[in-house]
Design a binder for this molecule. Structure first.
Ligand code: AMP
Length: 231
């Protein structure tokens, strides 16, 4: 029997460690990592029309309109690297996007294997977001509190300069958390009803500890009977 692709969604509030876990999951499970936030930031940096349309929403910590991000994902999922399995990071973020994704996948004869929620208490999210840094050259993420680089301001991997994202300032962070609670948190119920939601607790734990749990959940899902996959 042919192996079914592992098609997953990573769900979690801003600061829950989605991006950090995504960097580990993608190579470990050989999945194409698709981050709408990264795609949008790339478009802003490149000065494209899409970037110009998205920037003011991103700077305010609001969601970019559904039709824009759905268009991005629709196009991205036609690329050949997604055939063997993908991991969506930061999409869907509204029930409308989730329904559009289901429809898109059904049209291609596939369906989500698993939605992985990384659950972190609100008070910890604010602290984490304030400490978040990324490398300007290779994009590796750090946290000055929980996952600091060996030398302050310098990437361990490539020696690049670390910077703080524009939307990690306090006002925008507060809005992003409210937007998550209002528009994205309801997705947990949507996917629980579909029977594909798994939760990993990320509070007070470092990325390695969280990844150990994530790996167990994904390995079990990859081996699920009827799925035809061998881990
Ligand atoms: P992220 O890197 O996932 O935190 O995304 C950064 C910003 O990009 C968000 O605060 C939104 O403004 C925008 N964004 C990313 N993904 C989506 C999405 N699925 N729907 C709407 N806006 C998005």
């Amino acid at each position: 029997m042919a192996n079914s692709p592992l098609d997953i969604v990573l769900l979690g509030a801003p600061g829950s460690g989605k991006g950090t876990q995504a960097e580990r999951i993608a190579p470990a499970f050989d999945l194409s990592h698709i981050s709408t936030g990264e795609i949008l930031r790339g478009s802003v940096k490149a000065g494209t029309e899409l970037g110009a349309a998205a920037k003011r929403f991103m700077d305010a910590g609001d969601l970019v309109p559904d039709e824009i991000v759905i268009g991005i994902i629709r196009e991205r999922l036609t690329e050949p690297d997604t055939i063997a399995g993908f991991m969506l990071d930061g999409f869907p973020r509204t029930l409308f996007q989730a329904a559009a994704l289901d429809e898109m996948l059904a049209g291609a004869g596939r369906a989500l294997t698993l939605v992985l929620l990384i659950d972190v208490p609100d008070e910890e999210l604010v602290q984490r977001l304030a400490g978040r840094r990324a490398c300007r050259s290779c994009g590796r993420g750090y946290n000055v509190v929980f996952d600091a680089p060996k030398v302050e301001g310098v990437c361990d991997v490539c020696g690049g300069e670390l910077f703080q994202r524009d939307d990690d300032n306090e006002t925008t962070v507060r809005n992003r958390l409210q937007v998550y609670a209002r528009q994205t948190a309801p997705l947990t119920g949507y996917y629980r009803d579909q029977g594909i939601l798994s939760t990993v607790f990320g509070g007070g734990r470092n990325p390695d500890q969280v990844f150990a749990d994530v790996e167990k959940v994904l390995a079990a899902s990859a081996k699920r009977p009827g799925d035809g996959r061998q881990a």
